[in-house]
Design a protein around this ligand. Structure first.
Ligand SMILES: *Cc1c(COP(=O)(O)O)cnc(C)c1O
Length: 233
Protein backbone atom coordinates (compact mmCIF):
# COMPACT_ATOMS: atom_id res chain seq x y z
CA UNK A 1 0.00 0.00 0.00
CA UNK A 2 1.05 3.57 -0.65
CA UNK A 3 -0.03 6.45 1.55
CA UNK A 4 0.62 10.09 2.20
CA UNK A 5 2.18 9.30 5.56
CA UNK A 6 4.85 7.11 3.97
CA UNK A 7 7.88 8.80 2.51
CA UNK A 8 8.32 8.78 -1.28
CA UNK A 9 11.19 6.28 -0.98
CA UNK A 10 8.94 3.79 0.85
CA UNK A 11 6.19 4.28 -1.68
CA UNK A 12 8.71 3.74 -4.46
CA UNK A 13 9.35 0.22 -3.26
CA UNK A 14 5.66 -0.72 -3.34
CA UNK A 15 5.02 0.90 -6.71
CA UNK A 16 7.99 -0.96 -8.22
CA UNK A 17 6.66 -4.18 -6.69
CA UNK A 18 3.21 -3.54 -8.17
CA UNK A 19 4.75 -2.93 -11.59
CA UNK A 20 6.67 -6.20 -11.30
CA UNK A 21 3.59 -8.20 -10.37
CA UNK A 22 1.50 -6.65 -13.14
CA UNK A 23 4.20 -7.36 -15.72
CA UNK A 24 4.68 -10.95 -14.59
CA UNK A 25 0.92 -11.55 -14.64
CA UNK A 26 1.04 -11.11 -18.42
CA UNK A 27 4.48 -12.71 -18.87
CA UNK A 28 6.23 -9.42 -19.51
CA UNK A 29 9.75 -8.65 -18.36
CA UNK A 30 9.36 -5.93 -15.68
CA UNK A 31 12.59 -4.40 -17.00
CA UNK A 32 10.58 -3.35 -20.06
CA UNK A 33 8.62 -0.87 -17.94
CA UNK A 34 10.10 2.48 -16.96
CA UNK A 35 8.59 4.13 -13.90
CA UNK A 36 8.52 7.90 -14.39
CA UNK A 37 8.21 9.60 -11.00
CA UNK A 38 6.00 12.63 -11.62
CA UNK A 39 7.46 15.26 -9.31
CA UNK A 40 5.42 18.30 -10.38
CA UNK A 41 4.52 20.63 -7.46
CA UNK A 42 7.03 18.88 -5.16
CA UNK A 43 10.20 20.62 -4.13
CA UNK A 44 13.80 19.43 -4.23
CA UNK A 45 13.77 18.24 -0.60
CA UNK A 46 10.95 15.85 -1.40
CA UNK A 47 12.51 14.64 -4.67
CA UNK A 48 16.08 14.06 -3.44
CA UNK A 49 15.21 10.98 -1.32
CA UNK A 50 13.83 9.26 -4.42
CA UNK A 51 17.07 9.94 -6.29
CA UNK A 52 18.96 8.55 -3.28
CA UNK A 53 16.76 5.44 -3.44
CA UNK A 54 17.85 4.86 -7.03
CA UNK A 55 14.96 6.39 -9.01
CA UNK A 56 16.27 7.98 -12.21
CA UNK A 57 13.31 8.83 -14.49
CA UNK A 58 11.32 11.90 -13.47
CA UNK A 59 8.40 13.73 -15.07
CA UNK A 60 7.45 17.39 -14.92
CA UNK A 61 4.57 19.14 -16.68
CA UNK A 62 5.64 22.79 -16.46
CA UNK A 63 8.85 24.07 -18.00
CA UNK A 64 9.33 27.03 -15.66
CA UNK A 65 8.90 24.89 -12.57
CA UNK A 66 11.30 22.28 -13.94
CA UNK A 67 13.89 24.94 -14.75
CA UNK A 68 13.80 26.10 -11.14
CA UNK A 69 14.32 22.62 -9.66
CA UNK A 70 16.15 20.31 -12.04
CA UNK A 71 19.48 21.87 -13.02
CA UNK A 72 20.58 21.46 -9.38
CA UNK A 73 18.87 18.09 -8.84
CA UNK A 74 20.41 16.68 -12.01
CA UNK A 75 23.89 17.18 -10.54
CA UNK A 76 23.10 14.57 -7.84
CA UNK A 77 23.16 11.76 -10.41
CA UNK A 78 24.48 12.13 -13.95
CA UNK A 79 22.07 9.51 -15.36
CA UNK A 80 18.79 11.20 -14.39
CA UNK A 81 16.34 11.25 -17.29
CA UNK A 82 13.86 14.12 -17.25
CA UNK A 83 10.57 13.64 -19.11
CA UNK A 84 8.32 16.51 -20.22
CA UNK A 85 4.76 15.23 -19.76
CA UNK A 86 2.81 18.51 -19.94
CA UNK A 87 1.58 20.58 -22.88
CA UNK A 88 4.24 22.46 -24.79
CA UNK A 89 3.98 25.87 -26.49
CA UNK A 90 6.23 26.42 -29.49
CA UNK A 91 7.84 29.50 -27.90
CA UNK A 92 9.07 27.24 -25.07
CA UNK A 93 10.63 24.65 -27.38
CA UNK A 94 14.16 25.99 -26.90
CA UNK A 95 13.89 25.76 -23.10
CA UNK A 96 12.30 22.32 -23.30
CA UNK A 97 15.01 20.90 -25.55
CA UNK A 98 17.74 22.37 -23.37
CA UNK A 99 16.47 20.91 -20.08
CA UNK A 100 14.47 17.76 -20.83
CA UNK A 101 15.65 14.39 -22.16
CA UNK A 102 12.36 12.96 -23.46
CA UNK A 103 9.21 14.74 -24.73
CA UNK A 104 5.82 13.00 -24.29
CA UNK A 105 3.53 15.70 -25.63
CA UNK A 106 4.12 16.26 -29.36
CA UNK A 107 0.60 16.79 -30.67
CA UNK A 108 0.56 19.27 -33.55
CA UNK A 109 2.65 20.34 -36.55
CA UNK A 110 3.71 23.63 -34.98
CA UNK A 111 5.24 21.83 -31.99
CA UNK A 112 6.85 19.16 -34.13
CA UNK A 113 8.45 21.81 -36.29
CA UNK A 114 9.63 23.93 -33.34
CA UNK A 115 11.13 20.89 -31.57
CA UNK A 116 12.85 19.69 -34.73
CA UNK A 117 14.48 23.04 -35.38
CA UNK A 118 15.59 23.42 -31.73
CA UNK A 119 17.02 19.90 -31.66
CA UNK A 120 19.04 20.70 -34.77
CA UNK A 121 20.20 24.05 -33.37
CA UNK A 122 21.20 22.59 -29.98
CA UNK A 123 22.50 19.37 -31.48
CA UNK A 124 20.36 17.32 -29.07
CA UNK A 125 18.05 14.58 -30.31
CA UNK A 126 15.34 13.85 -27.75
CA UNK A 127 13.14 10.76 -28.06
CA UNK A 128 9.54 11.95 -28.65
CA UNK A 129 6.13 10.49 -27.91
CA UNK A 130 3.09 11.61 -29.87
CA UNK A 131 0.25 12.48 -27.47
CA UNK A 132 -3.08 11.12 -28.68
CA UNK A 133 -6.38 12.53 -27.38
CA UNK A 134 -7.95 9.07 -27.28
CA UNK A 135 -11.13 10.35 -25.59
CA UNK A 136 -11.46 13.23 -28.10
CA UNK A 137 -11.95 15.62 -25.19
CA UNK A 138 -12.07 19.23 -26.41
CA UNK A 139 -10.24 20.59 -23.34
CA UNK A 140 -7.42 18.07 -23.55
CA UNK A 141 -4.18 18.22 -25.51
CA UNK A 142 -3.27 15.51 -28.01
CA UNK A 143 -3.77 14.80 -31.69
CA UNK A 144 -7.18 13.49 -32.75
CA UNK A 145 -7.04 9.68 -33.01
CA UNK A 146 -8.20 9.84 -36.64
CA UNK A 147 -5.30 12.10 -37.59
CA UNK A 148 -2.70 10.30 -35.51
CA UNK A 149 -1.33 7.85 -38.08
CA UNK A 150 -0.69 10.58 -40.63
CA UNK A 151 0.79 12.88 -37.98
CA UNK A 152 3.26 10.20 -36.88
CA UNK A 153 4.33 9.78 -40.52
CA UNK A 154 4.71 13.55 -40.95
CA UNK A 155 6.78 13.88 -37.76
CA UNK A 156 9.27 11.41 -39.15
CA UNK A 157 9.17 12.26 -42.87
CA UNK A 158 8.80 16.03 -42.74
CA UNK A 159 10.59 16.96 -39.53
CA UNK A 160 12.85 13.95 -38.95
CA UNK A 161 11.75 13.82 -35.29
CA UNK A 162 12.98 10.83 -33.26
CA UNK A 163 9.46 9.47 -32.62
CA UNK A 164 9.60 6.43 -30.33
CA UNK A 165 6.02 5.93 -29.18
CA UNK A 166 2.56 7.17 -28.25
CA UNK A 167 1.18 8.73 -25.07
CA UNK A 168 -2.36 9.19 -23.77
CA UNK A 169 -4.30 10.48 -20.76
CA UNK A 170 -7.69 8.72 -20.72
CA UNK A 171 -10.86 10.61 -19.70
CA UNK A 172 -11.24 10.32 -15.92
CA UNK A 173 -14.81 9.03 -16.09
CA UNK A 174 -14.11 6.23 -18.56
CA UNK A 175 -12.48 2.82 -18.24
CA UNK A 176 -8.79 3.44 -18.86
CA UNK A 177 -8.26 -0.06 -20.27
CA UNK A 178 -10.28 0.78 -23.38
CA UNK A 179 -7.98 3.73 -24.11
CA UNK A 180 -4.81 1.80 -23.32
CA UNK A 181 -5.90 -0.98 -25.69
CA UNK A 182 -6.66 1.55 -28.40
CA UNK A 183 -3.28 3.25 -27.99
CA UNK A 184 -1.45 -0.06 -28.16
CA UNK A 185 -3.26 -0.96 -31.36
CA UNK A 186 -2.46 2.44 -32.87
CA UNK A 187 1.21 2.02 -31.96
CA UNK A 188 1.30 -1.34 -33.69
CA UNK A 189 -0.26 0.15 -36.82
CA UNK A 190 2.26 2.99 -36.87
CA UNK A 191 5.22 0.72 -36.15
CA UNK A 192 6.04 2.31 -32.78
CA UNK A 193 7.23 0.23 -29.85
CA UNK A 194 6.82 2.48 -26.82
CA UNK A 195 3.69 3.37 -24.90
CA UNK A 196 3.49 6.12 -22.26
CA UNK A 197 0.28 5.34 -20.39
CA UNK A 198 -0.92 4.75 -16.85
CA UNK A 199 -0.93 7.04 -13.80
CA UNK A 200 -1.35 6.40 -10.06
CA UNK A 201 -4.91 5.10 -10.39
CA UNK A 202 -4.32 2.75 -13.30
CA UNK A 203 -0.64 2.01 -13.89
CA UNK A 204 -1.05 -1.71 -13.19
CA UNK A 205 -3.76 -1.93 -15.85
CA UNK A 206 -1.49 -0.02 -18.21
CA UNK A 207 1.41 -2.41 -17.58
CA UNK A 208 -0.84 -5.39 -18.26
CA UNK A 209 -1.84 -3.76 -21.55
CA UNK A 210 1.71 -3.05 -22.70
CA UNK A 211 2.84 0.28 -21.20
CA UNK A 212 6.60 0.81 -21.48
CA UNK A 213 6.42 4.04 -19.46
CA UNK A 214 4.06 4.68 -16.54
CA UNK A 215 3.77 8.22 -15.15
CA UNK A 216 3.14 8.01 -11.41
CA UNK A 217 2.84 11.04 -9.14
CA UNK A 218 0.53 10.87 -6.14
CA UNK A 219 1.16 7.17 -5.39
CA UNK A 220 4.78 8.16 -4.76
CA UNK A 221 4.60 11.67 -3.36
CA UNK A 222 1.10 11.80 -1.87
CA UNK A 223 -1.74 14.06 -3.00
CA UNK A 224 -1.01 17.38 -4.69
CA UNK A 225 -2.81 20.65 -3.85
CA UNK A 226 -5.86 20.86 -6.16
CA UNK A 227 -4.86 24.28 -7.52
CA UNK A 228 -1.68 22.81 -9.01
CA UNK A 229 -3.66 20.85 -11.59
CA UNK A 230 -4.92 23.82 -13.54
CA UNK A 231 -1.59 25.58 -14.20
CA UNK A 232 -0.35 25.67 -17.78
CA UNK A 233 2.97 26.17 -19.52
C1 LIG B 1 0.25 14.72 -13.08
C2 LIG B 1 0.38 13.78 -14.21
C3 LIG B 1 0.60 12.41 -13.99
C4 LIG B 1 0.65 11.78 -12.61
O1 LIG B 1 -0.62 11.74 -12.05
P1 LIG B 1 -0.92 10.90 -10.70
O2 LIG B 1 -2.36 10.60 -10.77
O3 LIG B 1 -0.55 11.79 -9.57
O4 LIG B 1 -0.08 9.69 -10.75
C5 LIG B 1 0.76 11.61 -15.10
N1 LIG B 1 0.73 12.11 -16.36
C6 LIG B 1 0.52 13.41 -16.60
C7 LIG B 1 0.50 13.89 -18.00
C8 LIG B 1 0.35 14.30 -15.54
O5 LIG B 1 0.14 15.59 -15.79
Amino acid sequence: MTSDSNGPAQNLESVLQQIKSAARAVSRDPAGVTLIAVSKTHDAERIAPLIAAGQRAFGENRIQEAQAKWPALKTIAPDIVLHLIGPLQSNKAADAVALFDVIHTVDRPRIAEALASEMARQNRRLPCFIQVNTGREPQKAGIDPHAAEQFVKDCVATWNLPVVGLMCIPPVEERAAVHFGFLKDLARRTGLSQLSMGMSADFETAVRLGATHVRVGSALFGARPASAETKRN
